[in-house]
Design a protein around this ligand. Structure first.
Ligand SMILES: *Cc1c(COP(=O)(O)O)cnc(C)c1O
Length: 366
């Protein structure tokens, strides 16, 4: 079976993990954590980074920190992996969905404007969907006073008008799950330029304690810490940031070349990229009204290609959050037609050849 994605770990990560084991620092305390956080600040240009156990908890931490300033409604795009929507509900926010833009597949500023007018909204979670940043400036223009959280879980290495993802929101988060471009197995990070928010998040993530007075809980906290072992992998991955992100982008370019004729004939569509965006491919994404036909052919050839997520307003966990009268037509069309092809850094040409041959054979039967 050709997998959908594969982590890419080198002898460097192995060495760093062995060093952490030999040194005995295996919990959420240890030098690797600060070093990994510093590396994340370097690659994104941010002032503060906080490494946590996973990307979903990074979102919850961001939302919890903001909640203390008495916000209560969060807006999430209708098309995304569910973590931002779940995180909003888990932290006690009201949840509102907004449609996506057909040219970026990310949160649609015009639809957002309409939603905000009807229901004043204080927190917006913009998702850099499948390696493509959302239109931050346009979102800011319609939601000047809202708190902007950037979910960059799927977009390590992408840029918005020359600015790195991870630096676009008041708070931004990464995931380092095994299928993400930069991976520590499980892992996540919260990034911000605001020292007060960073400090508060750090205290919350560490049982509400500060080093100034151990066991004196100034506030109720919890444990969101990343382990020093995980951070060892993170340091190795951060050192290889460009190699790993361009590696995926090279796989995408390999697909572009091989599928160009199908895009030209309209038998297949490629995920669009806005002129202001620098894409950093997470999973190569195409679309077709004949998605099932293509997926059946790929599965029969032992290739793990997959349909994209259903829209969140349709799934049982979030149905009750839907504002009546909204159909999310753009998100719905993409959710019906888009699918992912196997993508990882260092994908062999022969694998790309094989997958694209199967796709061509399927296309010729349409
Ligand atoms: C993967 C992902 C997350 C959550 O990351 P975990 O580390 O798996 O918790 C959040 N948001 C988006 C858009 C994701 O794709």
């Amino acid at each position: 079976m050709i997998p959908l994605s594969q982590p890419n770990l080198s002898s460097r990560e192995r060495t760093l993990v062995h060093e952490a084991i030999d040194g005995g620092w295996i919990s959420g305390t240890g030098a690797n954590i600060a070093a990994f956080e510093a590396a994340l600040c370097r690659v994104t240009g941010r002032q503060h980074a906080l490494a946590v156990a996973n990307g979903t908890l990074a979102l919850e931490l961001a939302l919890k920190t903001i909640l203390r300033y008495e916000y209560d409604t969060a807006v999430v795009p209708a098309l995304t992996f569910a973590a931002p929507a779940a995180a909003a509900l888990n932290t006690g926010f009201d949840l509102c969905f907004v449609d996506v833009d057909p040219l970026t597949w990310t949160i649609d500023p015009l639809a957002l404007d309409e939603v905000i007018r009807r229901k004043p909204t204080e927190v917006i979670i913009g998702v850099d969907l499948i390696g493509h940043p959302f239109d931050v400036d346009a979102v800011r223009a319609v939601a000047e006073h809202a708190y902007l959280i950037e979910d960059a879980a799927e977009a390590h290495g992408a840029c918005y008008r020359g600015r790195s993802v991870g630096s676009l929101g008041d708070l931004s988060i990464f995931s380092f799950h095994a299928n993400k471009a930069i991976s520590t197995g499980e892992g996540g990070a919260l990034l911000t330029d605001r020292a007060d928010i960073a400090n508060e998040a750090r205290v919350t993530a560490n049982h509400g304690m500060t080093s100034a007075r151990p066991y004196w809980h100034e506030m109720r906290g919890t444990n969101y810490r990343m382990t020093n072992l995980t951070a060892a992998i993170g340091i190795g991955q951060a050192e290889r940031w460009d190699e790993l992100t361009t590696g995926r982008q090279q796989a995408a370019e390999g697909y572009d070349e091989r599928l160009d004729d199908l895009f030209a004939s309209g038998k297949l569509g490629r995920r669009p990229v806005a002129s202001w965006a620098t894409e950093s491919c997470w999973l190569y994404t195409v679309h077709s009204a004949h998605r099932e036909h293509y997926l059946n052919a790929l599965r029969a050839a032992d290739i793990d290609a997959r349909a994209i997520w259903p829209i969140l307003p349709d799934v049982p966990a979030f149905r009750h959050c839907v504002v009546k009268g909204r159909g999310y037509p753009v998100a719905r069309r993409i959710a019906r037609e888009a699918f992912w092809l196997p993508t990882w850094a260092g994908m062999p040409d022969s694998t790309l050849d094989y997958i694209c041959e199967v796709i061509h054979a399927a296309a010729s039967k349409l």
